[in-house]
Ligand binder design. Sequence first.
Ligand code: ARG
Length: 592
Amino acid sequence: MEKLLELLTKETETAFEKAGYDKALAKVAISNRPDLCEYQCNGSLAGAKQYHKAPLMIANEVAEFLKESSAFEKVEVCPPGFLNLNLNKDFLKDFLTKMTTEDKFGLEKPEKPLKVIIDYGGPNVAKPLHVGHLRSAVIGESVKRIVRYMGHEAIGDIHLGDWGLQMGLIIAELKIRKPDLPYYDESFEGDYPEEAPFTIGELEEIYPFASKKSKEDTDEGRAFKEEAMNCTFKLQSGVRGYRALWKHILNVSVTDLKRNYDNLNVTFDLWKGESDVHDIIPGMVAYMKDGGYAYYSDGALVVDVKEETDTKEMPPCMILKSDGASLYNTTDLATIMDRMKKYHPDRMIYLTDKRQELYFEQVFRCARKTKLVDDSTDLIHIGFGTVNGKDGHAFKTRDGGVQRLEYLIRDIQENMYKKILEGREMSEEEAKTTANQVALAAIKYGDLSNQASKDYIFDIDRFTSFEGDTGPYLLYTDVRIKSILKKYEEQEGTKAVEVIQSPVNDSEKKLGMQLAMFNAMMENAYEELAPHKICAYLYDLANAFNVFYHETKILSEENAETKAGYIALLRLVLSVMESCMDVLGFSAPERM
Ligand code: ARG
């Protein structure tokens, strides 16, 4: 269905044309002087140059025709030539009624649905998720849901870091700690045990321990690193026992990752990793060499990606190191090749820290230059800023360590649990599930409401507050609406006919006008891949509802038709809110 501002613009276009002016001047926008009017059209000012005429005259002539339009209840000309417009109430009612009958509140379906791969999460196997993993997961999940909501096919891929030296380090350390395991014996021909020889707890302890040891500037440190590289090599060249041990590491770690991402209401369609493209790298390298794209420079194989218009330095994209080893670049390029072959996506969207911006620019250019992607496939990198503590520096634990995501979430859940239990009659069980639900909204909204590229301060006190621009405030508003609807149903049963009415007061009209922006807002959030636009909309919607709620006697309204009209409006607010929340990746409880 058409967007409200487009419909209004059609009305002003007709008026401009009838008055003898170019309809291109007729764009209607939301007023930036809400004290004066609801919408405005400033075309007469631009028209003044085109027609060598005073803008006020043009505006007056247009206004005469605009007064015939049923879309506006007020058309005012304001010097030097603004058209100040207020929406006709029945027009708004019709628009809202249409929203209630159309799928997704009248959001237009795409002519040709696209296939979009979203590469997000990107955790490294055997390393616990830390606070730095939050944004990729939360923003990526929302971007995936936005793409899907718009009617496109979205495929979320976690792209695990499961193949590099970190795997060799773990294997090397296990070899020292558990030398009797059969995995290192290359003459062993039997079946390997089905059970992993370690728990997730051990794994998480082994990795940092091994990593630290390999960096020590001692004979032991150097020898250990040597051995870890040797193990990595054996793993990558397919030595059976090393592969079997690696599978255990992967399984144990992935089970734990799934649990953590589930807690965040983040799910992936594909659990692929860097290892999945290992076998196609040689073919890709040969293709790049044969095509004349890649050449050796100081022993390394590189592809130039510099362009004439570059103002910043653009180093070549390295495909193989001088020792022949592949790099992060290499797996990303091979993954692009693999995705093109298997899925042929129209777009690939990557979510990482913005410090990887230059890296992705190189990879994308290289993929284009070497024709790994079609010209019609978009490659997009969304780089996000850092999660900071209140001191403005990267978020740390109290003792200065890296904050584990799991513990951070647990702290917020506990904080929420206390708040919810305070003075509320709710079973501990319900309080617990509710607390987790509210905590999730607090965390996700706290993150998503910031423009992705900006750093933000993770302020637990603010994020968990029930007031202000927070997740809990939105949930609280949602629950308030549900409670009114419930009371109404207790009063009236469900037989009452609820029809949206023309607004009778100003706050009701404002609420309706905010609802009416939904399809335009969602399209814009999709075009810009910007969940924060949905957050801003939701916050404005919740505020508009709360003003209306405080100024209106809803359940004690005597006129049954008016009352049922309020209820119809509330139902629309509720479903729009819940759809937006779902796209952001959280939901509201029944009560809180
Ligand atoms: N594992 C990587 C890291 O920890 C992130 C992966 C991002 N995705 C990608 N296709 N490169 O930095």
